[in-house]
Design a binder for this molecule. Structure first.
Ligand SMILES: Cc1cc2nc3c(=O)[nH]c(=O)nc-3n(C[C@H](O)[C@H](O)[C@H](O)COP(=O)(O)OP(=O)(O)OC[C@H]3O[C@@H](n4cnc5c(N)ncnc54)[C@H](O)[C@@H]3O)c2cc1C
Length: 497
């Protein structure tokens, strides 16, 4: 990866940011348009140092196997599996694409970025148990969630995750489901592998190069102004297509590009922290990712979870997240990010959200004021015998939650998912928001390609389907295909526990 100032030659495509999204798009374009010249500009000293970095996210391969916010209960208590099935299908696209990259020689071992780790959902109390039973009944009947197990028996739960039962009152009502097909993903390693692979195909990856401005030229191309992080020197390149994969930095850049489609959008940054232990003894007694339920008024991304992680060959446990507030849009961002993002076109949405999201404000203030002892008590809800000395606090990535104008009411709303913004002529696109995030990068970038390259996409489809067999199809209804891709990806990605 080069720290040299951007070359003068104008590429066909500029990818802003060296995170999982740009890396995925670089890989996909390498399949369908290998002759296009592509340049990546990353402002940090190396790629994958923001949200995609392994310690900045939880590394969960989100397939809706354990995240309870994807399976809401209706007024009659019945659980709707629709959202969970969508997320699972999206994750299957990622698995197939990663499998394709491995088969094509991207890495010697898929263990460099993906590990089989059972996904468990966990609740307490009678109400929680009733919900969990309904959720299990709804999911287990679905082909995508076949094989899911349920228990409310403390001794079975103790076999699944001994660390969570040790010291727990045996009379406490608990309920859980387990899916052994879950994964832990090192999205930082995956990003680096994909970008190195892309470089080997001729993609130029520049680090320490901040994209400062985007300006539309008369000939329809984009003038991309790049600043060298060390010398402060500026250089411009011109590109036919720009993807703003700048994570938290995407909103300000899309605002600078001045496309009408970004009007009304704002961002609300939420910072986070995790507790981490590297104690081999604790790790050996918790070989799973366990997701609980969010507290009342808490946003979905604050669901507490206790995760087995494998990063750079070392196992650890991560617990959190504990939310916080910082006006920065990136960990390496500026205290002025939030105030400078307020524009006349999004002021209404921002103020509207400030008025309506009182529960979130209350929740964030409560989290910020939490003492270390209070945070430890939250951990003890999962690990009753946890000792403070075993756990260190680490700072996670910044999430910039999307604020947008509700098309029906015209009022500002806070959105917890991702939002793909595309310019009307398809020459520019950017991604806002953080959830379900890196796990669904392939689905997000395929959608981008459909929207930005409508003329090419039909011609690209056969190559894409060769790499990602379920692209454009439904695994939920094509059971033969489901079995095929499940077997193939499990084998290639070495996902046998
Ligand atoms: C606390 C937390 C937990 C999460 N847990 C999970 C999880 O368990 N599973 C999951 O799938 N997802 C998870 N996510 C979401 C996931 O991490 C993100 O969706 C994903 O990493 C976003 O990738 P990205 O490429 O868009 O952004 P990033 O990885 O942030 O990359 C953007 C890059 O752009 C660079 N950049 C910014 N501005 C500029 C500029 N002007 N010029 C040049 N470069 C620029 C940045 O330095 C950065 O490297 C989590 C996120 C957080 C914060």
């Amino acid at each position: 990866m080069s720290t040299e100032l951007a070359p003068v030659t104008d590429p066909d495509v500029v990818l802003v940011g060296g995170g999982i999204m740009s890396a995925t798009l670089a890989s996909l374009l390498g399949i369908v348009a290998p002759d296009w010249s592509v340049a990546v500009f990353e402002s940090g000293p190396s790629v994958a140092e923001e949200s995609s970095g392994p310690w900045n996210n939880a590394g969960t391969g989100h397939a809706a196997l354990c995240e309870l916010n994807y399976t809401p209960a209706g007024p009659d208590g019945r659980v709707d599996a629709t959202k969970a099935a969508t997320i699972n299908e999206q994750f299957q696209l990622s698995r197939q694409f990663w499998s394709h990259l491995v088969r094509r020689g991207m890495t010697g071992s898929p263990k460099d970025f993906i590990t089989p780790v059972p996904h468990i959902s966990f609740v307490t109390g009678e109400k929680g148990r009733a919900y969990m039973r309904n959720r299990y009944t709804s999911l287990v009947a679905h082909p995508l969630f076949e094989g899911m197990e349920y228990t409310d028996d403390p001794s079975t739960f103790a076999e699944w995750v001994p660390l969570m039962m040790a010291g727990r009152d045996p009379a406490e009502v608990i309920a859980a489901t387990r899916a052994v097909a879950g994964t832990d993903v090192n999205f930082g390693a995956l990003t680096r592998l994909q970008l190195e692979d892309a470089e080997n195909r001729g993609v130029h990856v520049h680090v320490g190069q901040r994209v400062d401005d985007l300006e539309r030229m008369d000939d329809g191309r984009w003038k991309v102004t790049v600043e060298d992080a060390v010398t402060g020197e500026h250089r411009t390149v011109r590109a036919r297509f720009v993807f703003v994969g700048a994570g938290g930095g995407a909103l300000p850049l899309l605002q600078k590009a001045g496309i009408p489609e970004i009007g009304g959008f704002g961002g609300f940054p939420v910072s986070g922290q995790f507790l981490r232990t590297r104690s081999p003894e604790l790790v050996s007694r918790h070989q799973a990712k366990v997701y609980g339920q969010a507290a009342v008024g808490a946003p979905p991304m604050s669901v507490p979870h206790l995760d087995l992680r494998l990063v750079d060959g070392e196992y650890s446990l991560l617990f959190g997240p504990y939310a916080g507030f910082s006006p920065k849009f990136l960990k390496a961002g500026s205290m002025f990010d939030l105030p400078l993002s307020v524009k006349p076109n999004n002021l209404g949405s921002m103020l509207g959200v400030a008025r309506t999201e009182l529960a979130l404000t209350r929740y964030l203030i409560g989290e910020l004021l939490q003492s270390r002892a209070a945070r430890h008590r939250t951990l003890q809800g999962f690990v009753p015998l946890a000792e403070q000395g075993d756990w260190d606090m680490i700072t996670a990535g910044q999430r910039v939650q999307v604020i947008k104008k509700d098309p029906n009411s015209g009022k500002g709303i806070l959105q917890f998912g991702t939002e793909l913004i595309t310019g009307a002529d398809g020459s520019i696109a950017g991604l806002l928001g953080a959830s379900p995030g890196a796990s669904t990068a392939v689905s997000a970038m395929l959608t981008l390609m459909e929207r930005c390259f409508p003329q090419q996409i039909d011609g690209w489809r056969p190559a894409l389907q060769e790499a990602i067999p379920s692209y454009g199809r439904s695994l939920a209804t094509d059971l033969t295909l489901l079995r095929e891709v499940r077997d193939e990806t499990t084998k290639t990605l070495e996902l046998v526990g």
